[in-house]
Design a protein around this ligand. Structure first.
Ligand code: FPP
Length: 260
């Protein structure tokens, strides 16, 4: 099905998605939780001799499109890797651009997300983010916490190992306080102390731009995720590309280590 795309830089809405009922006519079971490593913004900009920041800005348009499409398809949870614990090592001006984009996203997008029934949550260690960011994050989470639609998780200053270390500390604290018996610790008690507590495991993990790496993203939650890597750079990732990744997911035989 042809995807109707509006020229870059045109007024909102900058992209239109095909109606959900025109796709997945066989009614395959959708993944409950989709996670995406949004990679390739820099290469997208470099190919056009633009500053990297422009690639990140264009990437926000893809984020909007995929969030909208996930809501329309009634996917339960979508987790987007927007800023990793390792991204601080990028040049100062790029980190600054990403930080200001982050703030813009919270200030400009929350009304629409709220109207669409999206519940916004941030995963990652927000304690290292500036106060202004933390205030916007807290307000967005509080405003949307009662929404029953898509559970949107933005990974900001997120690192899977860091998350596991913080969860291990929480377990140790509870043991020291006598709330928890060390011998009773199980996968569920660890999962309950991760930033993603209460969410289903990741079913489908998509990475754009052709790299086949996990990059410290949701290592515990993705233990049995189906991986789909596409060569498409994130700013070019559309609802149609998303459908292709979902089609690939439908074709997989998930056995979870067992046998059919
Ligand atoms: C990877 O592309 C992408 C990121 C490091 C950030 C993803 C950010 C966005 C989609 C924009 C929204 C941002 C925030 C913080 C809300 P890359 O720069 O590594 O691309 P490259 O591999 O081609 O250089």
């Amino acid at each position: 099905m042809a995807l109707f795309r509006i020229r870059r830089g045109a007024p909102e809405p900058e992209r239109q998605s095909p109606p959900a009922e025109d796709w997945n006519p066989s009614g395959f079971a959708l993944p409950r939780h989709v996670a995406i490593i949004m990679d390739g913004n820099g290469r997208w900009a470099a190919r056009r001799s633009l500053p990297r920041e422009m690639g990140h800005r264009e990437g926000v348009k893809s984020m909007r499109e995929i969030i909208r499409e996930s809501g329309r398809l009634k996917i339960e949870a979508l987790t987007l890797y927007a800023f990793s614990t390792e991204n601080w090592s990028r040049p100062k001006d790029e980190v600054g651009a990403l930080m200001s984009l982050m703030l813009d996203c919270f200030r400009n997008e929350i009304d629409e997300l709220n109207r669409s029934g999206v519940r916004v949550r941030v995963i990652g260690d927000v304690s290292r983010l500036p106060d202004t960011h933390r205030a916007e994050i807290a307000s967005a989470s509080a405003r949307t916490s009662g929404n029953a639609g898509l559970k949107l998780n933005l990974a900001l200053n997120y690192g899977g190992r860091d998350e596991l270390v913080r969860a291990a500390r929480a377990l140790a604290r509870d043991c020291a306080a006598g709330i928890l018996d060390p011998d009773s610790i199980c996968e569920a008690s660890l999962a309950a102390r991760l930033d993603t507590a209460g969410l289903p495991d990741v079913d489908l993990l998509i990475r754009t731009s052709g790299e086949s790496r996990l990059s410290n993203f949701l290592p515990f939650q993705s233990a049995y995720a189906e991986l789909v890597v596409t060569p498409t750079l994130w700013p070019d990732f559309t609802a149609e590309e998303f459908h292709r990744a979902l089609d690939e997911y439908f074709s997989r035989d998930r056995r979870f280590g067992g046998r059919k």
